[in-house]
Design a protein around this ligand. Structure first.
Ligand code: ATP
Length: 605
């Protein structure tokens, strides 16, 4: 009780979950989804269908063989030979059905897994090529959920749903057809249970399904909280927020438990209700069937066959309800998946893009205006030139537009107005692949991938030799710390490289960039303070890295700025000063002010 109120008091944790909405059935979307089965329409699809038809036919025939042939003919006429053959035929049919079932399950599973594999691959390939704007607007978690959960929720539909639909239709139509031909009166009488069965298989099932969806949503919230708690454990411990964290966890844990309890209680009602309906059907069969036998309208064999078919009724009806539910769930998931698949990269290529095999590295901004969204303009008319081989520093207050300039050079976004040119070519005319091949970016918060140190450097140029990788690490002075690690270059670093210090991660990213040997290097200098020895190392590494290429540095350190050939001072999306260090110091403007502020800070430190 108090746990719940605790979770409501804490306003810190907000986890957005994709709402589960039942979408109306949409044929166009379903056809698009099922088109993923087309590659298998000559192999797994027909094979599975044949197996389904074999097993269904066997199930339909057996009650007739038992009721009509065994009871009404062989037993009645005391025909031992016929009885022997009937046993042999029934045995043979069961064996055939057994084998067909094994292959049906195997091939249907393969089909489902293949379709899911293809769909996930298609979605990931597509998402990987989307522009930065797409990722700006969504959390990594919500993208992950679509690639994993939404696709997983289609798995059952493709593995069992579609083919079972066929099997159940055939089974139901077959049963009705046979029952009607055996005794239309008795068939009509036992049909009384049909509406009840449909009601249970749709309404009650829907209710149960919603409850399980609620459980999944609560679990997802619990997962998100766990994830955040573990990732932020250091901050939590340092601010001694464990109690608050625990209170929230208790609340979500309790919600999950309650929701699970309610779902499983509803679930428990399902089976008894089915059995009750079956009992009703059996009562009708016995009461009405017996009177039909008495007045010789039907034989004992027909009665027995009816009893068999009555027992088979429930399964296909129940499964049809289930498939319908799966289809509705599939609707919601596929809509979310297709929404991503229909997303077009905003930055796209022209029909005949120029392939830049070689690049000099001259960069020009021609009156560039850029907005990330309609509300604010990040660059308000930037014109600048950077000559090949120059080192250029971008300085300015936070939010002034430095990173945005870097983003436009790599063509992560296109300018809203104006042009960005490299070697005289408008970026929009150059193939994106050939442009980015010549550009390397070193971010402040270097991303280290899980894998070895060696692999992380190799990322810069995957076809580089071991000698080149080691040479790159040596040139930027990263080899000293790498060789001290337990397994040297083969040391495994976990996701994001937590076992490395900030300085080490920087040096690693320098080695990666140097290996790529780009014509243009964009670097967001780390603001984190590092010890003097590492600082000296990084400065030395930087010199090696910058040599012979156009370098754009979002600079924070005075030492870097001072050595730049050209400095652009940004303020609110505009260049307010430009020149080298001495020139800018002389005019005693904003740059002078920034330098003085940094000196004062150093003095104070
Ligand atoms: N992805 C984005 N979507 C919307 N607005 C953005 C995005 N990235 C940056 N902005 C906005 O654009 C403006 C310029 O941001 P930019 O990142 O270029 O600044 P910066 O000079 O690099 O700052 P810092 O030194 O803090 O990194 C800021 O007002 C920022 O809020």
């Amino acid at each position: 009780m108090s746990r719940k109120s605790n979770s409501q008091v804490l306003k810190r944790f907000h986890y957005s979950t994709d709402q589960i909405i039942d979408k109306p059935f949409n044929w166009k979307q379903m056809l698009r989804l099922f088109s993923y089965m087309i590659p298998y329409n000559k192999t797994l699809v027909p094979l599975s269908i044949v197996m389904v038809l074999i097993t269904t036919a066997v199930r339909l025939v057996i009650p007739i063989l038992i009721g009509i042939y065994t009871l009404d003919r062989a037993v009645k006429n005391k025909d031992a030979t016929m009885l022997f053959w009937l046993v042999a035929i029934i045995g043979g049919l069961y064996s055939a059905s057994y084998v067909a079932n094994i292959f049906r399950i195997r091939w249907m599973n393969q089909l489902g897994q293949n379709v899911i594999y293809d769909l996930r691959k298609h979605l990931f390939t597509h998402v990987q090529n989307l522009s930065h704007r797409f990722f700006d607007q969504r959390s990594a978690g919500s993208i992950l959920v679509r690639i994993m959960n939404d696709i997983n929720s289609l798995q059952e539909l493709f593995t069992n749903g579609v083919i079972n639909l066929l099997m159940d239709m055939v089974l139901l139509i077959g049963i009705f057809f046979i029952l009607f031909s055996l005794s239309p009166q008795l068939t009509l009488a036992i049909m009384i249970i049909l509406p009840i069965m449909f009601l249970i298989s749709t309404k009650l099932r829907k209710n149960i399904r919603r409850s399980w969806q609620d459980v999944r949503m609560k679990q997802s919230k619990l997962n998100s909280h766990l994830n955040e708690s573990i990732q932020g454990i250091r901050v939590t411990q340092s601010f001694t927020q464990e109690k608050e964290n625990m209170a929230f966890f208790d609340g979500v844990n309790d919600e999950t438990f309650q929701s699970w309890k309610s779902a499983s209680q509803k679930n428990a009602m399902f089976r008894p209700m089915v059995e009750l309906t079956n009992a009703l059907g059996t009562a009708v069969l016995i009461w009405y069937g017996a009177s039909l036998i008495q007045n010789d309208t039907i034989s004992i064999g027909v009665f027995v066959s009816f009893a068999f078919y009555l027992g088979m009724f429930w399964e296909p009806i129940s499964r049809l309800g289930q498939v319908y539910n799966q289809l509705l769930m599939g609707m919601a998931s596929s809509e979310r998946i297709f929404e991503f698949l229909d997303e077009k990269p905003i930055v796209s290529e022209t029909d005949n893009p120029i392939e830049l095999d070689d690049m000099r590295g001259d960069i020009k901004f021609d009156n560039v205006v850029f907005s990330y969204d309609e509300k604010r303009t990040a660059l308000k008319g930037i014109s600048l030139e950077m000559q090949a081989g120059q080192t250029v520093a971008l300085v300015g207050h936070t939010g002034s537009g430095k990173t945005t300039i870097a983003n436009l050079i790599s063509r992560f976004y296109d300018p809203t107005a104006g042009k960005v040119l490299i070697d005289g070519y408008d970026l929009k005319d150059i193939s994106i692949g050939s442009l980015r091949k010549h550009i390397s970016i070193v971010l402040q918060d270097t991303f280290i991938f899980s894998g070895t140190i060696y692999d992380n450097i190799l990322f810069g140029r995957p076809d580089a030799t071991e000698k080149e990788v080691r040479a790159a690490a040596e040139a930027v002075g990263a080899s000293d710390f790498i060789e001290k690690l337990p397994n040297g270059y083969k040391t495994e670093v976990e996701e994001r490289g937590n076992i490395l210090s900030v300085g080490e991660r920087q040096l690693l990213s320098f080695a990666r960039a140097l290996l790529a040997n780009p014509r243009i290097l964009i670097m967001d200098e780390a603001t984190a303070s590092i010890d003097t020895e590492t600082e000296v190392k990084i400065q030395k590494a930087l010199k090696t890295l910058l040599k012979g290429r156009t370098a754009i540095i979002i600079a924070h350190r005075l030492s870097t700025i001072r050595e730049a050939d050209n400095i652009f001072v940004l303020e609110n999306g505009l260049i307010i000063e430009r020149g080298n260090h001495d020139q800018l110091m002389e005019i005693q403007g904003e740059y002078h002010h920034l330098v003085k502020a940094q000196f004062n800070m150093l003095d104070a430190g």
